[in-house]
Design a protein around this ligand. Structure first.
Ligand code: ADP
Length: 737
């Protein structure tokens, strides 16, 4: 990076802490240092800014070592009343000027960012007053005509309007679903009713998405109060119906800011009383509280925070004359600049609409997908299919898994089954993927059969990598005819896509293939076209990041470099993103190739860093990067060339990457795409020409692509998309190494 010519940057965390804040601070400090810009950490938010002294510390890249994987914020956060007063802000301005700081990266919630904007607006006046008081010279004031502010939103509630995700929300969701999964198993064993209170004063994000991800039975959120006059009675009737239908447990999720339709708060204790009163059952209440805020950040919170921290410094360098405070956030899976005050005003307006009882407007401002997820949740949580939505065209649908296992496959099947039954269709599950389809291993599926599938890893239907050929086509056609199949939903990886492509090509030979077919991307490798994310890839990424955290911790009292091999086939997604999220010095992926010369340089760089005091090195290698330069080769090379300063251990992570329960975001993605898959087939019912399509999420939007058009988007030799949205993130790894 070229040296940039701007004054110093101050970085601070403020307001409530959120997992991922450390990753953002680390990125800001490292990016600034590499750009030759002085950077200061302002400890404990505005408190440190007002107090000055040692609370504002000059940072080097080494000062942010070892914090990436930690929850909370290493530089502290606090509330500060003095900063709310002009006198406090005057002192803060003096403290910044004394250190030549006139660029700030503030990581906090809407309160902290509002304070920052006020500070920026007053800056000229504050400096004028400092000159008048003789605290600074007029020349000094001239050197700092503007205070530039970039805000990164740290909030576990995911409540900022205009960004897809705030720092900490994904980690909070992980904590919540881990807790609810645990509660569900004990609840089912004892056939109990549980109420779980989650955070969210004005935002039902955590409550709704955790309910969706865990297959809970009922959710109460601020934006959409129950419509019944007696909400307690309505809830109890609903849960009683579920029990009658065979549900073994009842699970109610309550957002802390839930309200009834008159705006009166619904407390979790009220929910418990109603349940006890009407259902006469034993009810247990769990208020998750600060568990939600704590713990290590997820892979997503780490890499998103790094990307945003990096972008924040670049923004400050490139936008010298910025006259407006900006938020850097993620929107449609892209780093985006937003007007800080407009975003905050919009966010606050939602809270105001909720307060005023204008719930429709509040939910509208939350965005289309929030409302869609709410409706999907309501359908999935029912005790049985509702009568009124049954369509006159009853379709015969099949659902199967294909390809390697991806966590989230069961979640997707559950959604397909329930949405199909809700639409009045017949739905059959195919066991063992395309093998089962050729063998006719097909069975009707029922509503209750999939009750507990939302949170389960693995594939209950079974999956394999069988590719169809030769007489398989005849067998499949025969089975499709036998079941009178109108549509198939295939949830899987490249096997699913290629087999669907082949069937589509043979439509003229086999009329039974002329049916609507939907491929839903599910592979940990994230190597499919037509989508930014495949179901299972987020879980795998978290599995890798968790494993590397442990591997790193194993190296006490030695200087060591780990060479870690991860899955991905010819796609470097898992390697690149886990490399970013774990702070790897080097990532080797097939897309970028690997040369002996580069490896030599990399070892030399590491040796130099170890000589400067580094104690731990990390290299991540995608499994198929290069046939000759294997993981064993890379390890041996590093061992030999670095023997004076560090030893080397290799770790091939293997199948642990595919295991475990699906992450919250994989469950949500699976639910979303599977619901759309059924809707798509319904929408095609009257079309003469039946389509074979893939469903995905591109730029945060639902993407529908015809299967035969995907061919041109794939590098067929190595089966991966020709364009990969994450490929340039290596620029950040290169900057930090
Ligand atoms: P959050 O940033 O998580 O919303 P708070 O609302 O508690 O947290 O704000 C954190 C700090 O930001 C406050 O203690 C105060 O120092 C500062 N702050 C918040 N709002 C303002 C404001 N309107 N004017 C000046 N400073 C503010």
């Amino acid at each position: 990076m070229a040296e940039a010519n701007i004054n110093c940057i101050g970085v601070m965390t403020s307001g409530g802490d959120a997992p991922g804040m450390n990753a953002a601070v680390r990125a800001v400090v490292k990016t600034a240092c590499k750009s030759g810009i002085g950077v200061f950490a302002i400890h404990q938010g505005y408190k440190g800014m007002v107090e000055g002294g040692d609370m504002i510390k000059k940072m080097t890249s080494d000062d942010v070592g070892g914090i990436l994987h930690k929850g909370g914020t290493a530089i502290g956060t606090a509330r500060c009343h003095r900063f709310r007063k002009r006198e406090g802000r005057l002192t803060a301005a003096k403290n910044l000027i004394d250190r030549k700081i006139d660029n700030l990266v503030i990581i906090g919630g809407d309160g902290s960012l509002t304070g920052a904007n006020l500070f920026r607006e007053e800056w000229t006046d504050l400096l004028k007053e400092l000159v008048e008081r003789g605290d600074i010279t007029a020349e000094t004031a001239v050197e700092h005509p503007l205070l530039k502010i970039v805000g990164l939103v740290g909030s576990i509630d995911n409540d900022l309007s205009g960004t897809d995700m705030t720092i900490g929300a994904d980690s909070a969701l992980r904590r919540i679903i881990d807790a609810i999964d645990a509660i569900s198993s004990t609840a089912a064993s004892h056939e109990r009713t549980f109420v779980v209170e989650v955070m969210g004063r004005n935002c039902g994000y955590l409550a709704l998405f955790s309910a969706l991800a865990t297959g809970a039975d009922y959710v109460l959120i601020p934006e959409r109060p129950p419509i019944a006059d007696d909400w307690g009675m309505a809830m109890c009737d609903y849960l009683a119906e579920g029990r009658k239908a065979g549900k073994k447990k009842s699970l109610v999720i309550v957002a802390e800011g839930a309200k009834d339709k008159d705006g009166i708060p619904i407390k979790s204790t009220n929910v418990v009383s109603k349940l006890k009163e009407h259902l006469k059952v034993d009810v247990r209440l769990t208020i998750l509280g600060h568990v939600q805020r704590g713990g290590a950040p997820t892979a997503f919170d780490r890499y998103m925070s790094i990307v945003l921290g990096y972008a924040a410094v670049k923004h400050l360098i490139e936008n010298g004359g910025d006259t407006e405070s900006k938020i850097i956030g993620l929107r449609k899976n892209k780093v985006t600049e937003l007007s800080l005050m407009k975003s905050i005003e919009r966010t606050r307006s939602i809270a105001k609409y909720i307060e005023d009882g204008n719930f429709d407007r509040a939910i509208e401002l939350r965005g289309e997908s929030f409302n869609a997820e709410l409706n999907t949740f309501k359908t999935l949580a029912q005790a049985f299919p509702s009568k009124e939505k049954q369509t006159k065209d009853k379709l015969n649908l099949l659902v199967l898994n294909a390809g390697s296992l991806a966590p989230g496959m069961n979640t997707a099947v559950r959604t397909v089954v329930r949405i199909a039954l809700e639409g009045g269709h017949n739905i059959c599950g195919v066991n063992n993927g395309f093998k089962g389809l050729t063998e006719g291993d097909i069975k009707p599926m029922s509503w209750m059969e999939v009750e507990d599938w939302a949170s389960e890893g693995g594939s209950f239907l079974g999956t394999n990598r069988m590719m169809i050929e030769g007489k398989d086509y005849f067998e499949i056609a025969r089975n499709l005819e036998k079941w009178g199949t109108d549509g198939i939903i295939i949830i899987g990886g490249s096997t699913a896509y290629i087999n669907a492509f082949r069937m589509n090509q043979r439509k003229n030979d086999f009329p039974a293939f002329d049916i609507s077919t939907v491929c839903i991307p599910a592979t940990i490798n994230n190597n499919l076209p037509g989508t930014d994310f495949c179901i299972g890839s987020d879980t795998a990424l978290n599995n890798i990041v968790d494993a590397i955290d442990k591997i790193k911790e194993s190296a006490v009292a030695v200087t060591r470099t780990f060479v870690v091999e991860v899955f991905g086939r010819y796609c470097g997604f898992l390697a690149q993103l886990s490399g970013l999220a774990t702070g790897a010095e080097r990532v080797y992926i097939h897309e970028k190739g690997i040369r002996l010369k580069d490896m030599q340089e990399d070892v030399e760089m590491l040796v130099e860093r170890f000589n400067e005091g580094k104690r731990l090195g990390l290299v991540i290698r995608n499994e198929f990067t290069n046939k000759i330069y294997t993981t064993a080769f890379v390890s041996a090379l590093y061992e030999e060339e670095g023997r004076e300063v560090f030893d080397v251990r290799q770790a091939v992570l293997g199948h642990l990457q595919q295991g475990g329960t699906p992450s919250a975001s994989d469950r949500v993605l699976a639910t979303r795409l599977a619901a759309k898959g059924v809707e798509f087939i319904e929408s095609q019912a009257d079309n003469d020409q039946k389509r074979y399509i893939s469903l995905g999420l591109k730029g945060g939007q639902l993407a529908v692509e015809d299967i035969d058009r995907l061919e041109s988007q794939v590098n067929l030799e190595y089966f991966r998309p020709k364009e990969q949205w994450w490929i340039n993130l290596s620029e950040i790894n290169d900057t930090f190494k």
